[in-house]
Design a protein around this ligand. Structure first.
Ligand code: SAM
Ligand code: SF4
Length: 340
């Protein structure tokens, strides 16, 4: 049994609960705000990144993760920015894997550096990857990411599969005028490949919000397009979410198709996560600005126990959910500065 004694403190289990009774045990860890691409829906081409000294060092990061561990966090997803541009990535993964209580380490990546890194990362303890791939068409992919090549991403996916980081999940953000025509060919991949291809509604953030809101394609339209091209989708999992995605299969396909609909069908009720930004703040909700500064106490000598206390109290105040429907959007950071 869990006894709540004061703001968010559940003494019997040490678990982190919020005021709505959600058990928060999944931490998305942004390793850097930097990136080797410049996706149009994510950041401006002339993006200015934070100076390295503002980011948590490896030791500082591991101290915060030890604190998370004390609170019962057991799942970590490495993200960014682009996590594969962080120096010593495999070393960081190995240290997270060695924390008592770590059950799963996954990563979201653009896949560009994965062909080189899949082997060492798997050896270090990385279990799975989600790879972003917005189009199979070289020209469109390049237009969307500004700098990327599809062949590099496909090589990365193959390398991940070859070392057993499966099932691979593919993330495709659908943007009007850029790739809404490409989702049928991406969905078709599931006939041959054992992948979960997930289509995401674009979310609005700060300076990029105008573009994002003007060019959103809703899940309903995505489904209509795929069904018009490939026939009816069969709902899986009794319609329940798999993580954040509602999943389907094309009859006879090996893989699955998922839809992540934060704008048209928010999944806040089942949220079990918070985020650690690369500059050391605990962000309670992706789409709300509230954060807890952890870097200052870390640099003043706080222990893992001290940090765990601060985190537990902050998590108690995790907002119920986002308010996009009422026009409230995050203003203090864009997606790459939070960790998607
Ligand atoms: N760089 C890595 C990548 O692209 O996979 C990891 C970080 S990226 C911020 C994480 C995921 O968020 C990617 O799948 C990306 O496509 C998605 N993403 C970025 N901006 C988004 C937005 N405004 N709305 C929805 N998804 C977004
Ligand atoms: Fe970089 Fe990922 Fe943002 Fe694209 S979505 S610019 S790859 S952080």
């Amino acid at each position: 049994m869990t006894t709540i004694t004061r703001a968010g403190e559940s003494v019997m289990t040490g678990r982190a609960l919020d005021a709505f009774g959600r058990h928060i045990h999944y931490l998305r860890v942004s390793l850097t705000d930097k990136c080797n691409l410049r996706c149009v829906y994510c950041m401006p081409e002339q993006m200015v990144f934070r100076p390295s000294e503002e980011l948590l060092t490896d030791d500082e990061l591991l101290l915060v993760l030890r604190a998370a561990n004390l609170l019962g966090f057991d799942k970590y997803r490495l993200t960014g920015g682009e996590p594969t541009v962080r120096p010593n990535l495999a070393g960081i993964v190995a240290r997270i894997a060695a924390l008592p209580g770590t059950r799963e380490i996954a990563m979201t990546t653009n896949g560009i550096r994965l062909a080189q890194l899949a082997g060492p990362l798997k050896e270090a303890g990385l279990r799975r990857v989600n790879v972003s791939l917005d189009s199979l068409d070289e020209a469109k992919f390049h237009r969307m990411t500004r700098w990327g090549h599809v062949r590099d991403v496909l090589a990365g996916i193959e390398a991940a599969e070859a070392v057993g980081m499966t099932p691979v999940k593919i993330n495709c953000v659908v943007i009007r005028g850029f790739n809404e025509d490409d989702i049928v060919s991406l969905a078709r991949l599931t006939y041959e490949r054992d992948w979960q291809v997930r289509f995401l509604e674009v979310m609005p953030f700060a300076d990029v919000a105008e573009f994002q809101q003007a060019n959103i394609v809703t899940t309903r339209e995505m489904i209509e397009r795929i069904e018009a091209g490939l026939g009816a989708l069969v709902e899986l999992n009794d319609g329940k979410l798999d993580g954040e995605a509602k999943i389907y299969r094309l009859p006879g396909a090996r893989g699955e198709i998922g839809f992540i609909s934060p704008v048209s069908a928010p999944f806040c009720a089942s949220c079990n996560r918070v985020r650690l930004t690369a500059d050391g703040t605990l962000r309670l909700c992706l789409l709300k600005d509230g954060e807890l500064d952890l870097k200052t106490p870390v640099r003043r000598g706080a222990s893992a126990d001290d940090l765990a206390d601060l985190m537990r109290q902050a998590i108690w105040h995790k907002p119920w959910g986002h308010d996009l429907a009422h026009g409230v959007i995050p203003l203090n950071r864009i997606m790459s500065e939070i960790g998607g």
